[in-house]
Every structure is written in structure tokens, then in C-alpha cells.
Design a protein around this ligand. Structure first.
Ligand SMILES: Nc1ncnc2c1ncn2[C@@H]1O[C@H](COP(=O)(O)OP(=O)(O)OP(=O)(O)O)[C@@H](O)[C@H]1O
Length: 262
């Protein structure tokens, strides 16, 4: 069995008196879509933030391809090929879509005398427009700030940005929450395309239809711990919901998938 792409064990994280994670485990293989599900407050976003460098855990270990990591920042996680679409989208409202897309990764072109150093705004706008259009998001104006976009358009920009830059993993925290039917279908198609290109996707979603439609596996968090894991093809929606709520204490497929000790 190959070494997991990500193996998190015993992750603990408190915010003041609130224990968001109480020894949570999580694992992810290369080229799979894992849905991370759980009731409100189960700790899904907190786990995603820890694995993408936004937050530091109070305890536990994280390995990427068998190597221990302790991301001190989002940039460090990005350096390891991990991108995130956060629930709050983490876009800079005052900047244009292209400026958001290329923040910290600006494209340069040769300036006077062939010196490198002039922002290649035309290329950045074109690439941003193309990436968004692949998701069905048409940006009427490239010069308007992100704050002028609709919720669905903002979500499209954030998703397009993450999948463009990710080399190993994209975490998507409720990526279809603000989207209509057609755009939702496009995001789900995109998740499959990303997976087929060898990049893993972690989908956090309350939408069980999306989860059933697009995930290969499901990991269930409850009260800050992983309580169940399923192969999606062998699970029913009732089993997933039962594991989330605690109605089903030990679903049939809770046993660790063979060879995985995470
Ligand atoms: N920055 C924070 N400060 C204080 N408490 C927090 C913070 N972030 C999360 N929490 C708390 O930690 C717990 C887990 O929250 P988290 O957002 O990880 O859950 P979730 O499973 O993603 O929930 P939801 O589905 O509602 O988004 C909750 O009780 C939440 O109120």
C-alpha cells in the first residue's frame, strides 16, 4: 500500500474553552476525492485550516507523503502543493479578480532593456478569464474589484484560483454553497477533472447529493473526532447521515481501509 498523501493523527485544537478537534484523524490518498462531512461545529473547517496552514494544531501529527510537516503559514502549505477554497473564500474584496488570482504569484514580463520586472497584466487577466470561463463564470468587467461580483462569481474565482495552483491537494470548504444548479454541476465536473489529473480533492459539504455524486471516500467527523469512513460506492445516504448524527454508532464500513493506519 502506498504511503498516504496526507496522514493526520490525533489532531487537537481548542479556541479558548471550545474544543474544536479532540484527537481527529484524517487520511487522503493521491488522486482521490474525499468528502469530509459532519454536523455543524464538528470541526471540519478547523481540520481543513490546520492541513492548509491557516491554523496551528495544539497537538497531533501531520505527514505529507510520509514526511512530518508543521505548516507555519498558508504559503508553506502552498509550497507543498496544497491549496484551499475557504468558506469565506479569502479573496481581497478591493482587488480585481486577476489580482486575487495572482496574489503573491504575479506574472512578470521583460521591461525596458529586456529587464524582467513589469507586471504582465494582460496575461494575468487573460488567464484569469479563461480559468473562470472553464467554470462557467463570465466576468463582465476585469477592472471591477471582487466586491462588485455576485456571490456565485466570487465563489467561481476562488475555486478557479485554487485548482489552477494546486499540485497535490485542493481543500474545498462548501464550494457550491452560493451556486445555482448549472454552476454547481460545473464545479462537480471540475472536481472530477482535478482528480483525474492526479490532484486530490477534499470536499467539505453539507450537500449529501454532491457528496454521493463526486466523492470516492467519505470521512465523518463528530464532536472533533473521526467516527466513520466509507467507500462512497458502498455507502447509502442514510448511513452517512447516521454516522454524522451519531444514530449509527458503528457503520459496517468504519473499519480502517486496509493498510491505512492513519
Ligand atoms: N476562530 C474560532 N474562534 C472560536 N471558536 C471557533 C473558531 N473557529 C471554530 N470555532 C469553534 O470550533 C468548533 C468547530 O468549528 P468548525 O468551523 O471547524 O466546524 P465545522 O464542522 O466546519 O462546522 P460548519 O459545518 O458549521 O461550518 C465550533 O464549535 C466553532 O464554534
Amino acid at each position: 500500500m502506498a504511503v498516504p498523501l496526507i496522514a493526520a493523527r490525533g489532531i487537537v485544537k481548542s479556541y479558548g474553552q471550545v474544543e474544536a478537534l479532540r484527537g481527529a484523524d484524517f487520511s487522503l490518498e493521491t488522486g482521490e476525492v474525499v468528502a469530509l462531512i459532519g454536523d455543524n461545529g464538528a470541526g471540519k473547517s478547523t481540520l481543513a485550516k490546520i492541513l492548509s496552514g491557516v491554523e496551528r494544531p495544539d497537538g497531533g501529527t501531520v505527514e505529507v507523503e510520509g514526511e512530518p510537516v508543521a505548516f507555519g503559514s498558508v504559503e508553506e502549505a502552498r509550497g507543498a502543493g496544497i491549496e484551499t477554497v475557504h468558506q469565506d473564500l479569502a479573496l481581497c474584496a478591493d482587488l480585481t479578480p486577476a489580482a486575487n488570482f495572482f496574489l503573491g504569484r504575479e506574472r512578470l514580463r521583460p521591461g525596458l532593456l529586456g529587464l524582467l520586472g513589469v507586471l504582465d497584466n494582460a496575461a494575468m487577466r487573460r488567464e484569469t478569464r479563461e480559468a473562470c470561463e472553464r467554470l462557467g463564470v463570465r466576468l463582465a468587467s476585469q477592472s471591477a474589484p471582487v466586491s462588485a461580483l455576485s456571490g456565485g462569481q466570487r465563489q467561481g474565482v476562488a475555486v478557479a484560483r485554487a485548482v489552477t495552483w494546486a499540485r497535490r491537494v485542493v481543500f474545498m470548504d462548501e464550494p457550491t454553497a452560493a451556486l445555482g444548479v448549472v454552476q454547481t454541476r460545473r464545479v462537480l465536473d471540475l472536481i472530477r477533472t482535478v482528480r483525474d489529473s492526479g490532484v486530490s480533492v477534499v470536499l467539505i459539504s453539507h450537500n449529501m447529493q454532491d457528496v454521493m455524486a463526486v466523492s470516492d471516500r467519505v470521512e465523518v467527523l463528530r464532536l472533533g473526532r473521526r467516527v466513520a469512513r466509507f467507500d462512497t460506492a458502498r455507502a447509502s445516504m442514510e448511513e452517512l447521515v447516521g454516522a454524522m448524527t451519531g444514530a449509527l454508532e458503528q457503520p459496517a464500513d468504519v473499519a480502517p481501509i486496509e493498510g491505512d493506519r492513519a
